[in-house]
Design a protein around this ligand. Structure first.
Ligand SMILES: [Zn+2]
Length: 438
């Protein structure tokens, strides 16, 4: 499926591009060109001259819409297989579904098959960068990194660390975790398109010693750190019982050095005023996962209120509590959940499509400190998702002709999502997924 790396290329299509202020620019027809390194050299609604196009292999998709490659900031590779199963509250759901499934990754054959399927599925949904939890198995983690490199995806992957309160087969200890992390960082961090992420699952399953190690390693190697926070009321109560000296859930992570500007905190629905001030002060990112929060009945994060508080925010699918790897689907749910929250809070905190898609692209790129991806501009990387909006639920010619502006077409893409809507995915200008013949 992958095209050869190192070719000059281009794309002519309708283009939707996020801007710096959380809005979108719409181009009914535009051209992108990129060089052998996959960096954009031309982006304009004016067509380039024959000289400018010379030597470029141009993809003509004038009836389709190009978006910057989508970025998923929070998901779980080993859970993809059981997405949609077992809607229950967080803690029983972990015990009954997640832990037994993660234990299966002791078998390399399971890890290989599931990793292959996961990365292919990400690319088939237009996701070009994914930040994911793995399991606690070193061998399965190595397999995931190898499969990510084979798929060509930008992958930020973490060995999920737990040293208490989970089944014995998922336990590690601080000494083993240190050794395993050192090995994975040495082999895979900043290699191909991959990065290692320090990953304490959440405070309930991590001792003070393990959390301290996570803080130290993520700072020493300047890696991302991903964990969960304040998703569910029972989880919060249990965390405070296990760390009785802590003032709050966020204070637990802070005490052990786990809150910094590369920390991605999944959920954060029920954070107190003090916790949000602390997180803002540490410049950590709260990653909103609306589909998952709905599925497990965890609550609704007040995205726009916290945006107004200048918290750094992200968006992720959180498979398998999230039941789709599609960030377009996640964007839709983000808008819908915000309306519900606004209704119950009697507040004007609506999130529109432009905000949601900006978050899923340029906003998520900023959250992981990547200024080379997330939008189209000269010098950025040619990471592209091409969407065929004619694949929306049966569309009559009448409708197609009457609601034909690019804004209206994009609304159909988000609200009448079709699983086979993304037809082409490129990373660094390289085709990494094609639903069509190219
Ligand atoms: Zn999660």
């Amino acid at each position: 499926m992958r095209s050869k790396i190192g070719k000059k290329g281009g794309l002519i299509s309708a283009v939707v591009n996020p801007t710096d202020n959380g809005r979108l620019e719409f181009f009914d027809k535009a051209c992108l060109l990129w060089n052998e390194q996959g960096l954009i050299t031309y982006f304009s609604p004016s067509m380039p001259t024959a000289d400018q196009m010379a030597g470029h292999e141009i993809l003509l998709r004038e009836n389709m819409i190009a978006l910057p490659g989508l970025i998923d900031l929070h998901t779980h590779l080993p859970q993809y297989e059981f997405a949609a199963q077992g809607a229950a509250a967080l803690l029983p759901w972990l015990t009954n579904y997640t832990f037994p499934q993660e234990a299966r990754f002791a078998d390399d054959a399971v890890a290989e098959l599931q990793s292959l399927n996961f990365f292919e599925s990400c690319l088939s949904q237009g996701t070009t960068t994914v930040v994911a939890y793995l399991t606690n198995h070193l061998s399965a983690a190595e397999i995931a990194f190898e499969e990510a490199a084979r798929a060509g995806i930008r992958a930020y992957l973490g060995l999920t660390l737990m040293d208490r309160n989970v089944p014995p087969e998922l336990l590690t200890d601080a000494r083993r975790a240190e050794k395993d992390m050192a090995s994975l960082i040495g082999k895979y961090h900043n290699k191909a398109r991959s990065q290692f992420v320090v990953t304490p699952r959440f405070a309930i399953s991590c001792s003070a010693e393990l959390l301290s190690l996570c803080g130290e390693v993520s700072r020493a190697h300047q890696t991302l750190l991903q964990t969960h926070i304040s998703e569910n009321q029972h989880e919060i109560t249990e965390t405070l019982r296990l760390f009785p000296e802590a003032k709050s859930y966020a204070a637990v992570y802070d005490h052990y050095g786990c809150l910094h500007e590369r920390s991605l905190l999944g959920h954060g629905i029920h954070l107190s005023d003090d916790e949000r001030l602390l997180i803002r002060d540490r410049r950590s990112v709260i990653v909103h996962c609306p589909v998952s929060n709905n599925f497990l009945g965890s609550g609704i994060m007040p995205y726009s209120r916290w945006q107004k508080e200048h918290l750094r925010l992200g968006l992720g699918t959180d498979v398998a509590a999230g039941y789709s790897l599609s960030m377009l689907h996640e964007a839709r749910q983000m808008t819908e959940m915000a309306k519900l929250r606004a209704f119950f809070d009697d507040e004007d905190c609506v999130v529109d499509i432009e905000t949601a898609l900006s978050q899923a692209t340029i906003g998520n790129a900023r959250a992981i400190q990547r200024d080379d991806i997330g939008c189209f501009a000269i010098g950025k990387r040619a990471d592209i998702a091409v969407v065929d909006d004619s694949r929306c639920e049966t569309l009559s010619d009448e409708e197609r002709n009457h609601y034909a502006s690019l804004k209206e077409r994009l609304a159909r893409v988000v609200y009448r999502h079709h699983p086979e809507m993304v037809t082409l995915t490129l990373i660094d200008g390289e085709i990494v997924f094609a639903r069509e013949k190219t």
